[in-house]
Design a protein around this ligand. Structure first.
Ligand code: PEP
Ligand code: MN
Length: 356
C-alpha cells in the first residue's frame, strides 16, 4: 500500500467531519423504526446511518435480518434526512443488492473478515466500483488477518478503505463482550497511519455502561471515528439490545467526549504527549490485569500445595524463575536491578496469596 494518503481521501471527499460518527440500530427492524431513528440522529454529529440487513448470528434461531427490503428503508431514511448510509455485506449477492440500492458505505463483519475466501469474493464483486469499504477486525486477535483483508480490497482496486475496531473474542470471561486488546489497533495505526480507524464501542462493551470510556480512549488514541449502535427503544431491540443506546444518549456522549480539534504547529507536541500518555495508561492497565491474573494462579497453587501438605516457599523453583527473568529482562532492555525488585515484590505478593 504505497499510496497511503489515498486511503484517507474518501473522508474528505465525502465532506465528512472528524471524528466521523456512524450510528443507527444493530438491525433494521421496520421502516418506521429505521426512519424514526434517522430523524433523531440527523441534527447531531452523526453523518452516517448504520443498520444491519443481514445479521450474522452466532446461533441459529435468532433474528437474522429483514433482507433486501431493508435496503429500501435505508434509501428512504437517506432521502428524508440527508444522512449517508452503511450496511454489512457478507457475500457477492449482498454486494450486488447494496450497489443496486445505492448504499454509500459497505462494512465487512468480524465473522467475514476471518475468511480469506469470503473476503476475496466480496473484493472481486466490488472491482471497478468506487465504493467505500470499512473492514471490521476478525473476531480472533490476529492483526495479519485483519490487514490481509485490507490488502485484498486494496489489490482489487477498492481504494476508499477504513477499518473498524470492534474487539476480540476470548473464552475467558471479562467485563467486555469482546476484549479491546488496544495494542492491536495501535500497531495497525503505527503501520498505516493514514488508514482511517474507527471504534465500534458497542460490540466491545456489550453493555451501555462502558461505551463512554471506550470512546474517549479511542479519541485519545487518535482514532478517526466511532460507530455506535443506537435505537429509540434499546431494551426492545430485536438484536444486541443490551448494548444499544438512544439517540439522545449518544448526543449526550458526543457532547461529553473530549474531541481533539485540528491542531496548530505548537499544539502538535501536546498532542503527541497526550497520545503517548494514553498508551502508557493502557499499558499500566494491562500490567495490572496480568498481575491480577498471575495472583489468581498463585491462589490455585496455594490450594493444591495445601491439599498435599507441601511448603509454600520452594527456593529452587524461585531461584530458577529469577534467573530466567533476569536474562529475559536484559534481552528486553530491562535492568537486573529493576527485574530483581519487581519479581521480589511479585513473589512476596504471590506467597501472601498462597498463604490465604
Ligand atoms: C454489527 O455491527 O451489528 C455486527 C454484527 O458486528 P460484528 O461483525 O462486529 O459482530
Ligand atoms: Mn450488533
Amino acid at each position: 500500500m504505497e499510496n497511503k494518503k489515498e486511503l484517507r481521501n474518501w473522508l474528505t471527499d465525502f465532506g465528512l467531519d472528524h471524528p466521523l460518527v456512524i450510528a443507527g440500530p444493530c438491525s433494521a427492524e421496520t421502516e418506521e423504526q429505521l426512519v424514526k431513528i434517522a430523524h433523531q440522529l440527523k441534527d447531531s454529529d452523526v453523518s452516517v446511518l448504520r443498520a444491519g440487513i443481514w445479521k450474522p448470528r452466532t446461533r441459529p434461531g435468532n433474528f437474522e435480518g429483514v433482507g433486501e427490503k431493508g435496503l429500501e428503508w435505508l434509501k428512504t431514511a437517506k432521502e428524508e434526512t440527508g444522512l449517508l448510509t452503511t450496511t454489512e455485506v457478507a457475500n457477492p449477492a449482498h454486494v450486488e443488492l447494496a450497489l443496486k440500492h445505492d448504499i454509500d458505505i459497505l462494512w465487512i463483519g468480524a465473522r467475514t473478515t476471518v475468511s480469506p475466501f469470503n473476503v476475496q469474493e466480496i473484493a472481486d464483486a466490488l472491482k471497478g466500483t468506487n465504493k467505500t469499504v470499512l473492514i471490521k477486525n476478525p473476531i480472533n486477535p490476529d492483526l495479519s488477518l485483519w490487514l490481509g483483508a485490507v490488502e485484498r480490497f486494496y489489490t482489487a482496486g477498492v481504494k476508499n478503505l477504513g477499518v473498524i475496531h470492534r474487539g476480540f473474542s476470548s473464552y475467558e470471561k471479562s467485563k467486555y463482550r469482546n476484549n479491546p486488546e488496544w495494542q492491536i489497533p495501535i500497531d495497525l495505526q503505527t503501520k498505516f497511519p493514514d488508514l482511517p480507524l474507527i471504534l465500534d464501542p458497542s460490540h466491545i462493551a456489550g453493555n451501555r455502561e462502558l461505551l463512554f470510556d471506550l470512546s474517549q480512549t479511542a479519541l485519545d488514541l487518535n482514532f478517526d471515528g466511532l460507530m455506535v449502535e443506537t435505537h429509540y427503544d434499546p431494551d426492545n431491540a430485536w438484536s444486541d439490545a443490551a448494548q444499544q443506546i438512544t439517540p439522545e444518549t449518544l448526543i449526550q456522549i458526543m457532547n461529553d467526549l473530549k474531541i481533539k480539534k485540528v491542531v496548530s504547529e505548537s499544539e502538535e507536541f501536546m498532542n503527541s504527549l497526550k497520545n503517548l500518555r494514553a498508551k502508557i495508561d493502557i499499558s499500566d492497565q494491562l500490567l495490572l490485569e496480568v498481575l491480577s491474573k498471575r495472583m489468581k494462579i498463585s491462589d490455585e497453587i496455594g490450594k493444591i500445595k495445601k491439599s498435599q501438605n507441601v511448603a509454600i516457599l520452594q527456593t529452587q523453583r524461585w531461584n530458577e524463575i529469577l534467573g530466567k527473568m533476569i536474562l529475559k529482562g536484559e534481552e528486553q532492555g530491562l535492568s537486573e536491578e529493576f527485574i530483581l525488585k519487581l519479581f521480589k515484590a511479585v513473589h512476596m505478593e504471590s506467597i501472601n496469596h498462597q498463604k490465604r
